[in-house]
Design a protein around this ligand. Structure first.
Ligand code: NAD
Length: 257
């Protein structure tokens, strides 16, 4: 029987690329995201790969909606083998100007949502004695940059959560790992460009070269394929069965500094 992967924020960027990689392996996919055409995106991937699927626009800021998403997934597919907590947003401002509602939203979506969803799926993973949880942290889960207080706090926090889950899940056949990408060219990065241009008084090209890629030892964006194939390795390969509790940098050498 096909396994099921639930991926939050999977109608764009990293989540969508990962959904396609799992669909290519025959997984059922539970899609989620706030893109207006999310339902069509999900249906398109399902049709391309001939897989079972579900799409939910559950808002990761709302615990009730998160619990409903978990229930819908379990009711439809019976189990969720792979949970990828990926949905995320960003906001860039100095601490003294950082809007409180942006802080709350970033912590809710990038950190607290992973707690609520994992809590809701965990009993089923324990009953099945199998689970693979991948949390999408960031190089900003390992180091900081100015003006990203909420994001850096959330991404550090989710690594702590991952470690606790690894310890609690070990005896139940459940692994939990975080991945820590450097810059990947997706909408979340594109949306930062205007603010960074203003903050640094730079052109678009200068922001890419001198802000985003400045710390990458390899002067390139991390490819979506690198991210998706690494998640597949951690969640779908027998070779990774005892890899748990790690925060793996995929950052072109950024955190080697
Ligand atoms: P993206 O903007 O393309 O995708 C984000 C997804 O999250 C979208 O589908 C969006 O609808 C969804 N989302 C946002 N708020 C939501 C909410 N309240 N409820 C439900 N869904 C919501 O960005 P991406 O680059 O693919 O980001 C995916 C993850 O990767 C994020 O957690 C991000 O922090 C992390 N990340 C990205 C980079 C990068 O350079 N792009 C680097 C490191 C980590």
């Amino acid at each position: 029987m096909a396994k099921t992967a639930l991926i939050t924020g999977s109608t764009s960027g990293i989540g969508l690329a990962t959904a396609k990689a799992f669909a290519a392996k025959g997984y059922n996919i539970v899609f989620n995201g706030l893109e207006e055409n999310g339902a069509e995106i999900a249906a398109g991937v399902a049709q391309e790969f001939g897989i079972g699927y579900l799409f939910s626009p559950a808002n990761m800021m709302q615990p009730e909606a998160i619990r409903a998403l978990a229930k819908e997934a379990l009711d439809k597919f019976g189990s969720v083998e792979v949970l990828i907590n990926n949905a995320g947003i960003q906001f860039v401002a100095p601490i003294e100007d950082f809007p409180e509602d942006k802080w709350d939203a970033i912590i809710a979506i990038n950190l607290t949502a992973a707690f609520h969803l994992t809590k809701a799926i965990l009993p089923s993973m324990k009953a099945n004695k199998f689970g693979r949880v991948i949390n999408i942290s960031s190089a900003h889960g390992l180091i900081a940059s100015p003006f990203k207080s909420a994001y850096v706090a959330a991404k550090h926090g989710i690594i702590g959560f991952t470690k606790v889950l690894a310890l609690e899940g070990g005896e139940h056949g459940i692994t939990a790992n975080a991945i820590c990408p450097g810059y990947v060219h997706t909408p979340i990065v594109d949306k930062q460009i205007p603010d960074q241009m203003k903050a640094h008084n730079m052109t678009r090209e200068e922001v890419i070269e001198k802000v985003f890629l400045a710390e990458h030892a390899i002067k390139d964006f991390i490819s979506l394929d690198t991210i998706a194939q690494t998640i597949l390795y951690l969640a779908d390969s027998e070779a990774a069965a005892t890899i748990t509790g790690i925060a793996m940098p995929l950052d072109a050498g950024w955190t080697a500094h």
